[in-house]
Design a protein around this ligand. Structure first.
Ligand SMILES: Nc1nc2c(c(=O)[nH]1)N[C@H]1C(S)=C(S)[C@@H](COP(=O)(O)O)O[C@H]1N2
Ligand SMILES: [Mo]
Length: 497
């Protein structure tokens, strides 16, 4: 009897394969955007403990570089969807997470309800020496004996227990410790893992551990006799499982997984906009709930400020900006309008008269790097109070001075811009920054004015801001996705994860 697998093991085991493959491939896509690992949230260039690309950058470059240049292109054979599609990779990853977690929850519930937990959860420390003995037997190229009355040998039981009850939750916890909303609201949570970069490194080591488990698991299934073992996991076992039938069904199931991956990859590469919009319907609401409820409460200490703060995006290249910068932005005007009672054009001094605030916070670029800095400037809520949005205003759009066609090329074009729902700019750590680390805002970080929204990903924090518009909807701006990176790189419009 113990040799038989109930139907729910068969079903959840298959669903787990489906979701794990999607998670691993999309996770690799996310990794390709910043294929480096650090233990320090300052991500000091050159100090990564592992780098999966050839390109190196130093903190004192001869030419300025932008963190997007650290992104590499991985093959669609390994990454979902591959070819520098961070936005879509994230969409696939976060779409899969709830289904994978649900599958795990159903499995674990059934394990306990059915009483099968006895086969999975060790209740005696003897499992440790027994497991060592099991492994010893395998190393002599013999099969270790099953625990009497149970379907697994000791090493197998202990391994499954660790995968289900330690490794899987560990991946969920380290995954959550990378979300800017979670980090903003619970800055101490990530410290459990040594910060966001610690969580990111451990999440990757978790992936490797899963990979190693899968290799050994499949190898052991083959060693124990493929048709017989497949008979258990595909047909549930029984007295005389039909080995051939089991092999056929298992092959068919794997073909389904393969077909699903081919179609997800192809659709994403051929129809990125459609994929972005369709997956966004599921993923964006999750991110919005997080962003709305987890507002940033970060107060890092001055000594946590990073020695080097990465830059993403090159400064505006036009002579107009150069002239503004030359005389210390004395002629700069921030134009604020749209659905407001009092459209206003501010000089820097007029902006500063609205109020001041500073915050030492962690920046989370969507690519995966972080850096801590102190930012100071005007609370966006003070600006909102001054211009008084109309009730119909639902989003705030920030327009920048950098034309990406000029500064970056890569076939992309148009001025950078971004937008967020109105309530996000009312959060307490939403500011128009004019200073960084106690000095004037440096050009590469967005001088004279850049946005800071401390529970969002970096791409929402528009630099070199020249205008702010209050609008009811964003789909008639640019390509309609709510921001330049959303339009041109298919990033999600919601940026809480
Ligand atoms: N105008 C403008 N703002 C921008 C960008 C840009 O390219 N242009 N890049 C964004 C991204 S992706 C990030 S991570 C942050 C980086 O801010 P930093 O350069 O100050 O570190 O700026 C954001 N704001
Ligand atoms: Mo970014």
């Amino acid at each position: 009897m113990a040799d038989e697998f109930p139907w729910w093991v068969v079903v959840t085991h298959f669903l787990n394969i489906v979701f794990m493959v999607l998670l691993m491939r999309s996770g690799l896509e996310v990794l390709s955007a910043f294929p480096k690992f650090y233990w320090n949230d300052g991500c000091p260039p050159g100090r990564e403990w592992l780098r999966l690309s050839r390109r190196t950058f130093s903190g004192e470059p001869r030419r300025p570089w932008s963190s997007l240049q650290e992104e590499v292109s991985w093959s669609p054979l390994v990454a979902l969807p591959g070819r520098k599609n961070l936005g879509l990779g994230r969409h696939w990853h976060f779409l899969t997470v709830p289904f994978w977690v649900l599958t795990g929850a159903v499995y674990v519930t059934m394990v306990f309800v059915s009483g099968r937990w006895r086969y999975l959860v060790p209740t005696d420390w003897s499992i440790l020496p027994d497991s060592v003995r099991s492994v010893g037997v395998y190393l002599q190229f013999k099969l270790a004996p099953q625990i009497p009355g149970q379907p697994f040998d000791a090493a197998q039981k202990l391994t499954y227990f660790l995968v289900v009850f330690v490794l899987a939750p560990f991946q969920i916890l380290t995954g959550a410790a990378m979300s800017p909303s979670v980090l903003g609201r619970f800055p101490r949570y990530a410290r459990l893992f040594g910060g966001k970069q610690g969580a990111r490194s451990l999440h990757f080591l978790g992936l490797l551990t899963f990979g190693a488990f899968i290799v050994v698991h499949v190898f052991m299934v083959v060693v124990h006799g493929l048709p017989k073992e497949l008979g258990k996991i595909v047909l549930g076992g029984g007295k005389h499982p039909n080995g051939l039938l089991a092999v056929v069904i298992a092959a068919a199931a794997l073909l389904v997984v393969l077909a699903l991956n081919i179609s997800a990859t192809r659709t994403s590469l051929r129809h990125p906009r459609r994929t972005q919009v369709a997956l966004g319907k599921v993923v964006n609401p999750l991110e919005r709930v997080l962003s709305r409820n987890f507002s940033s409460r970060q107060h890092h200490r001055a000594l946590e400020i990073s020695a080097y703060h990465r830059v993403n995006g090159f400064p505006p290249s036009d002579p107009g900006y150069a002239r503004l910068a030359e005389n210390g932005f004395a002629d700069y005007r921030l134009v604020v309008g749209g659905l407001v009672e009092r459209p206003t054009s501010f000089s820097l001094d007029e902006l500063r008269s609205l109020g001041g605030q500073s915050q030492t916070v962690k920046h989370n670029c969507i690519q995966g790097w972080t850096a801590v800095a102190e930012w100071a400037g005007v609370p966006l809520s003070a600006l909102v109070e001054h211009v008084r949005p109309l009730p119909s205003a639902r989003h705030v759009v920030f327009y920048a001075m950098d034309d990406k066609g000029e500064t970056e090329g890569e076939g992309r074009y148009g001025n950078f811009y971004g937008s967020v729902p109105l309530h996000l700019v009312l959060q307490s750590q939403a500011i128009l920054a004019t200073e960084m680390n106690g000095g004037p805002l440096p050009v590469q970080h967005g001088a004279p004015v850049r946005i800071r929204l401390e529970n969002q990903l970096g791409f929402k924090m528009v630099k070199w801001v020249q205008g702010i518009e209050f609008v009811e909807r964003v789909d008639d701006i640019g390509m309609g996705q709510g921001g330049w990176r959303e339009d041109q790189q298919y990033y999600a419009n919601a940026a809480g994860i």
